[in-house]
Write a protein that binds this ligand. Structure first.
Ligand code: ATP
Ligand code: MG
Ligand code: ZN
Ligand code: MG
Length: 448
């Protein structure tokens, strides 16, 4: 891409950010630039060289193209390309975006040294002409199942899902003021009523799991001061006026359309994600009525966007606790044979061979280093799928000839934020898992 010489910071606006990157969108073209961030404490001594940053970006694209896209389905994944930006442009841009950034994200700063960025299609501004601007809904669903009892040391992990346990920890540590009632297991259940409640809770307390964009601008979620649900409904009303436009109907119809799009599958006679998950799809912390939990055991369609993500998440078959001995085997081996790191493709390259090794991993541990590496890589890929976001695009349709009461939309879904998780992230996960579970148990009054 050679936008490169004529880059003008006035043509780019702050669009959003996560923990690792900051995103700006072009005022006209349906494009975004995704730049890396790092902790401002490291600011003086830039954490890596320009060359390393470019290699990291190339790794992200390769991982998305060669690993995540085949696993999740290429219709959902847009990997983008690495571009080199003029440093003066990047510096001006960082000044321009600064006051749009939420305060709680400002512990990190944008990389202004390398000029490396990822150029991606802007998924919130699909180039389809419509009378009402398109609505896009971003969901960061997190992990949708409970670990198998075989591998965990604390019983609670087979009853309460990780996200719900983590909520208590996050509120106690001051990260969020209020607890979210969202439970991922309800969203991934395939049961329309449970999904309805999951989305309703996301709307009420979005934290960093939910955002709504209207015509490319974020109108709900991702800000310091929370927008009220009623002001959101005002903005949604024009799209759902075929009913009587009452708030309750607007909310109901909006959620129904979302559920439809999340369950939609191209595969004929989609059998659903396998039943081995029986008993591992219900979380005790969810407030969903037990009535819904028992009724309608509709499986999640395999080929739906949620079904695809869940299947990749399930590559974490051992839980962090079951994985740890294998991770140690790998670390020990690399300690003795550091040159093997590249042959074993620990940090890439993320190519076809990488995916093949991960997929051909034998079912039983044969004691080999290859087995251990493959399981660790499966875990890392699953981690990416637990951290990704879904972007659902809802394009209002003019034709109301189908006579239904509900507003008509055509929808499509994409999956974004598919970065590889670093090898030493496994250690960090293990410590976090321990902290989250202990904090939950400490606060738990136990059975009354
Ligand atoms: P996390 O903390 O979840 O790991 P991250 O730092 O890896 O996030 P992203 O999730 O990739 O960053 O991007 C940050 C935000 O920018 C997203 O949540 C989304 O709102 C927006 N965004 C990212 N890519 C696109 C895109 N291609 N089109 C539109 N918006 C995007
Ligand atoms: Mg993200
Ligand atoms: Zn839960
Ligand atoms: Mg990310």
């Amino acid at each position: 891409m050679d936008l490169v010489d004529k880059m003008d910071e006035n043509e780019w606006n702050y669009h959003g950010e996560g923990n690792k990157s900051l995103v700006v969108s072009h005022v006209q073209m349906s494009r975004v630039l995704r730049l890396l961030k790092y902790s401002s404490e490291d600011a003086e001594n830039a954490p890596q060289t320009t060359e390393e940053t470019f290699r990291q970006m190339e790794n992200i694209v390769d991982f998305s193209n060669n690993v995540m896209s085949p696993l999740l389905g290429d219709k959902f994944v847009h990997s983008g390309e690495v571009v080199k930006l003029p440093l003066e442009f990047v510096r001006q841009l960082s000044i321009k975006v600064q006051h749009h950034r939420p305060a709680w994200r400002c512990d990190k700063v944008m990389d202004i040294y390398s000029g490396a960025a990822l150029c991606l299609p802007n998924l919130t501004t699909p180039s389809i002409p419509t009378h009402n601007p398109p609505l896009c809904v971003e969901i960061k669903p997190k992990c949708g199942f409970l670990p198998s009892p075989e591998h965990v040391s604390k019983d609670i992990k087979t009853k309460v899902c990780r996200h719900c346990m983590h909520q208590r920890y996050k509120v106690a540590s001051g990260k969020w003021k209020r607890k979210s009632l969202y439970c991922p297991l309800d969203l991934f259940s395939g049961n329309r009523q449970r999904m309805y409640f999951a989305i309703k809770h996301l709307i009420e307390e979005p934290q960093n799991n939910f955002k709504i964009f209207k015509g490319g601008k974020c109108i709900h979620g991702d800000r310091d001061e929370m927008l009220s649900v009623s002001s959101l409904l005002q903005k949604l009303r024009p799209y759902f006026s075929c009913g009587n436009g009452r708030s309750k109907t607007v909310l109901h119809d909006f959620i129904q359309v979302l559920v439809d799009s999340l369950l939609s599958s191209d595969e004929e006679g989609d059998e659903g994600v396998e039943r081995r998950l029986e008993g591992r799809m219900v979380c005790e912390a969810s407030l969903c009525s037990t009535e819904f939990l028992r009724t309608d055991p509709q499986p999640l369609p395999r080929d739906s966007v949620l079904g695809r993500i869940l299947q990749v998440q399930l590559l974490d078959s051992l839980d962090i606790e079951g994985l740890l001995p294998l991770y140690r085997r790998v670390e020990q081996y690399l300690h003795h044979f550091p040159k093997e790191r590249s042959r074993l493709q620990i940090d890439g390259p993320y190519d076809k061979a990488f995916l093949e090794k991960l997929q051909k991993c034998p079912a039983e541990d044969d004691g080999s280093i290859e087995y251990a590496v493959a399981k660790v890589q499966q875990y890392r890929v699953a981690m990416t799928a637990k951290d990704c976001s879904i972007m659902v695009t809802l394009v209002p349709r003019r034709d109301e000839e189908d006579g239904s009461e509900r507003a008509a939309f055509s929808f499509s879904a994409s999956i974004l934020d598919l970065d590889p998780k670093p090898q030493d992230g496994v250690r960090r996960q293990q410590r976090l898992d321990h902290r989250v579970v202990s904090a939950y148990l400490r606060d738990d009054p136990g059975p009354s």
